[in-house]
Design a protein around this ligand. Structure first.
Ligand code: TRP
Length: 348
């Protein structure tokens, strides 16, 4: 059974789309903040494989990314005793509520969704039919996401800025439902929280732009040492000579160091900043420091990750147990909804 944070605690929920190998930006921008929230909230985190299906077409790839994302969160410290952790498609109740909420959501709302509009704009620009390559999964994506959020009675949803509209849609959809059925059942109205708000720093990637899978400039989390070192050497720097003072705040390797290093390496970060500002420390040496810190902190995670990725590892047990817990929560909400809207419930 779940020994989740005290019952009555607020619920924090987020979904992770398994569409790529986890990278440093995911760890810093999503995983760590969500794990911090898990200390104070009743946390519900899941792998959004149904959402990935709007774009992933290779079954092996989908399976691999799903396991890999799950193993990454566990390796990074997610405690399944404290957090309800599951794969979305293991919870069929989500699918049932998806239909119900589809029937209560205006088509116009979906027409205005950013991701769908962006796909249309790209098509129009390319002289194609506006809906070329748009599947109904992409179109309905925000409804499924609203279901994820509402079926777990979420209070807060930690997400990146790009997902803000989706959470607002979930609140809208909940509002429409409550307006009609509120006397019988009301969804909780969720609120987005953007964990890195207030932190104006973006994490630079291998080309100096924001680290992102879509720029293909990421540092994957679980590289063998040699490959990690090679990538660190590729991070761009300018041609300031070794002896000259340097500005750490405009240096990509230093930014990565500062944002990544945990308390355990705070002194290394402070010392490196001083040495750069004073002059005498070259970019090559800075990159060595960055590699050492990355490697020292990632090595234990890599080891746990690799063990979890072995077939038949603890990962399967964790996800099976997580699915049970998630279904229990979802069934409670779903049966209230069925009753509120007039589905007979004879079969139950
Ligand atoms: N759409 C989110 C993303 O692309 C993933 C996601 C699916 C999600 N369902 C969710 C996030 C529910 C928060 C809550 O990253």
């Amino acid at each position: 059974m779940s020994q989740a944070v005290t019952s009555g605690a607020k619920v924090s929920l987020t979904g992770i789309k398994p569409t790529g190998e986890p990278h440093l930006g995911n760890l810093i921008g999503a995983i760590r903040p969500a794990l911090r929230l898990a200390e104070d909230y009743d946390s519900v985190y899941f792998i959004a494989d149904y959402h990935a299906l709007t774009s992933v077409r290779d079954p092996e790839e989908l399976r691999q990314y799903t396991r890999s994302v799950a193993a990454t969160w566990l390796a990074a410290g997610l405690d399944p005793k404290r957090t309800t952790f599951y794969v979305q498609s293991d919870v069929p109740e989500i699918f049932e509520l998806n239909w119900v909420l589809s029937c209560m959501t205006g088509k116009g709302l979906m027409n205005r969704a950013h991701a769908y509009k962006a796909a249309r704009d790209r098509n129009v620009e390319a002289g194609e039919d506006p809906d070329a390559g748009v599947n109904m999964g992409l179109y309905n994506y925000p409804i499924l996401m609203a279901v994820d959020i509402l079926i777990m009675e979420s209070d807060v949803v930690p997400v990146g800025r790009d997902q803000l509209q989706h959470v607002e849609y979930a609140a809208d959809i909940a509002g429409s439902f409550n307006h009609v059925y509120g006397k019988r059942y009301s969804f909780k109205i969720p609120e987005a929280i953007i964990p890195d708000d207030g932190n104006s720093q973006t994490l630079p990637g291998l080309d100096g732009r924001k680290m992102s899978k879509s720029y293909d400039n990421t540092i994957p989390l679980f590289l063998p040492e040699k490959k990690l070192l090679k990538l660190v050497r590729r991070i761009p720097t300018d041609s300031t000579p070794v002896e000259e003072p340097k500005d750490p705040n405009s240096s990509a390797p230093f930014q990565i160091l500062e944002q990544f290093a945990s308390e355990a390496h705070a002194d290394v970060v402070a010392d490196t900043r001083k040495r750069l500002e004073a002059g005498g420390m070259g970019w090559g040496e800075l990159k060595n420091v960055l590699f050492e810190v990355l490697n020292a902190e990632l090595a234990p995670l890599r080891e746990r990750y690799e063990a979890l990725m072995e077939p038949g590892s603890e990962l399967d047990t964790v996800l099976t147990e997580g699915a049970h817990q998630a279904r229990e929560r979802a069934q409670r909400v779903l049966s209230s909804v069925r009753e509120a809207i007039g589905l007979t419930g004879v079969a139950r």
